[in-house]
Design a protein around this ligand. Structure first.
Ligand SMILES: [Zn+2]
Length: 182
């Protein structure tokens, strides 16, 4: 199963690579360079985001980018090198929603092996109900649980996170939820 486009050329010397088991006892096929012996490792990517809340409402962003253009999502995106998961979640919230937040605890950790990703969402208390969405977002607005457009949610990880957020909120205690999306 190819999760991403296969590597074609060596990152070190530019020669064409071959996919095979490396000679070091590795159990996964890797893109190995026959010219300089560089082994290219491909591992899951982290997606980091927040559940920004204000009173009984949660902030969602309407996507202005593919995939799932026009669907609603929590602010989230790929973690960058050099930042922590919390820093990445806060950055994405700022970039996509222009929201002022105080980051709270880790809330969900969702493995999505089919696409080679791990999604992490933090709870985040909104300090204002004024938003300034970036180019990736058509509209950012607050929803009560009853107003959530459940059929228009962009990603399963977002839907699972929202369901658990409102369930935990109803019982007055927030846990940390580890889930596998298979
Ligand atoms: Zn090479």
């Amino acid at each position: 199963m190819n999760l991403r486009s296969p590597i074609k050329h060596c990152r070190n010397c530019g020669a064409a690579v071959v996919y095979r088991l490396p000679d070091d006892g590795d159990t996964h096929e890797r893109a190995v360079c026959p010219a300089c012996d560089t082994i290219h490792y491909e591992n899951p990517l982290n997606v980091v985001g927040t559940v920004p809340w204000l009173g009984d409402r949660v902030l969602l962003c309407k996507r202005n980018i593919e995939p799932r253009w026009g669907k609603w999502t929590l602010p989230a995106g790929f973690m960058e090198l050099g930042e922590t998961t919390a820093e990445g979640a806060a950055r994405e919230t700022h970039e996509e929603a222009g929201a002022q937040i105080e980051l709270e605890g880790l809330f969900t950790v969702l493995s999505v092996p089919r696409v080679g990703q791990v999604h992490l969402f933090y709870r985040a208390r909104l300090l204002s109900d004024v938003f300034d969405p970036g180019f990736e977002t058509i509209e950012a607005r607050l929803f009560t649980e009853a107003e959530i457009p459940w059929e228009e949610i962009a990603f399963r990880t977002v839907k699972e996170t929202l369901e658990r957020f409102f369930a935990d909120r109803a019982r007055g205690q927030f846990g940390v939820h580890a889930l596998d999306i298979v």
